[in-house]
Ligand binder design. Structure first.
Ligand code: GTP
Ligand code: MG
Length: 376
């Protein structure tokens, strides 16, 4: 187990003591059951998976071969320079009007929405119950961290480039993020605001080419669509491109079992207390579940979907807002469901906090020693 966790045996044994495991349980020849092994995995911030046939493992071993698992919705993040029309485009796709209500017309957080594909496809398309999960990100220069998180949680990025403004600093930033993510993130360029007169699409394309983004139509490998979020032009084309790319990627995830995901954003609501929007990546999150994220935990009191409806179960690809947190989790934190319920969640967080303290102490000590050496 220590080998699998990539820790020293003594570290494992120390955690066992801290988990109040008895001496006989701690003996090297004792075989732990999957619950015990899972609790230990969580202690080391690893993700336990228990499969009826394959037994105990830690993520991603069991899910490594996903071919037999159900399809999951693609996570599509809308990114680009400030005011290039990301929120408006998403509003048009989901028949909402978020952009109009934003302070100064500037997005300052990551918005997450699950949109039924049937509402996105042209009339007469074959019926489907598939959905696309969209994340809206801010384009303002100040929100680099949020963009980086957006890019790390996603399958596909829609790079929105306003045709009247072209490639700008945050356009380049997004291209670099996608390039750094390699094959794990696909990109579609949406040349936006194509309703405007006197736009120069060739200039946009050559700007993109200078950043290493060659469109398919020019012999490269990046699909591009011409759209206008405001005038609702080219949306079918965009949705079709996204669906095709998602299909090629064959995105699948385990639906059964404990939930895993990540925190998209968090804040304190006057009425509800601490709330956090999370995106479930694997498994099913249910109300009442004990979850840990970063240095805090929650017993899920309520779950609300992106349309404000209360739900009781959230499957992969579903963004949900959760109440019941002890402390404010940090956006980007990995979320895990605690195998042993509330008790284990509490312990896990106590351990993480203690580890942080230990590390801080060790760092202090190192600094003091370094100073001493210097003084000598
Ligand atoms: P940030 O989130 O702050 O980065 O901005 P954004 O990219 O979400 O842009 P937003 O959707 O808020 O739109 C910015 C401005 O561009 C608004 O005034 C929109 O009405 C306008 N706009 C957005 N899309 C289009 C479009 O397709 N055509 C035209 N003509 N204007 C658009
Ligand atoms: Mg916006």
């Amino acid at each position: 187990l220590a080998e699998k966790f990539n820790v020293k045996i003594v570290q494992l044994q120390r955690r066992m003591i801290e988990l109040d495991m008895t001496e006989s349980q701690r003996r090297p020849n004792n075989i732990l059951n999957s619950d015990e092994a899972s609790n230990l995995a969580i202690e080391f911030n690893l993700n336990p998976i228990v499969d009826e046939e394959k037994g105990f493992d830690i993520y991603p071993e069991i899910d490594a071969d996903v071919s037999g698992l159900p399809l999951r919705p693609p996570v599509v993040t809308i990114m680009g320079h400030v005011d290039h029309g990301k929120t408006t485009l998403l509003d048009s796709l989901r028949h909402s009007s978020v952009a109009a209500g934003e302070a100064g017309g500037i997005t300052q957080h990551i918005g997450a929405f699950s949109v039924p594909l049937s509402s996105l496809l042209p009339e007469g398309s074959p019926p489907t119950d598939a959905t696309i999960t969209f994340l809206d990100t801010p384009g303002h220069a100040a929100f680099t961290g949020m963009r980086a998180r957006g890019a790390s949680m996603t399958d596909l990025v829609v790079l929105v480039v306003a045709a009247d403004d072209g490639v700008m600093p945050q356009t380049k930033e997004v291209i670099q993020l996608v390039q750094a993510a390699g094959d794990s993130v696909g990109m579609v360029v949406a040349i936006n605001k194509c309703d405007k007169p006197m736009i120069d699409i060739d200039r946009v394309k050559s700007n993109l080419g200078a950043e290493g983004v060659i469109l398919e139509e020019d012999g490269g490998d990046v699909p591009a669509v011409r759209v206008s979020g405001l005038a609702r032009i080219g949306l079918d084309d965009l949705v079709e491109t996204l669906s095709t790319l998602a299909e090629i990627r064959d995105l699948r995830a385990r639906v059964d079992g404990k939930a895993e995901g990540f925190v998209i954003e968090s804040n304190v609501d006057k009425g509800l207390g601490i709330i956090a929007t999370v995106l479930v990546a694997r498994g099913t999150l249910k109300t009442g579940a004990a979850i840990v994220a970063g240095n805090t935990w929650a017993r899920v009191r309520t779950m609300t979907d992106a349309n404000g409806n209360e739900i009781f179960e959230a499957t992969p690809g579903t963004p949900v807002t959760i109440t019941g947190w002890r402390d404010v989790p940090t956006a980007g934190d990995q979320l895990l469901e605690a195998v042993g319920g509330e008790e284990m969640a509490k312990k896990c967080i106590a351990n993480r906090l203690r580890d942080l303290e230990r590390k801080a102490l060790a760092d202090d000590l190192e600094a003091v020693n370094a100073k001493r050496v210097e003084a000598r």
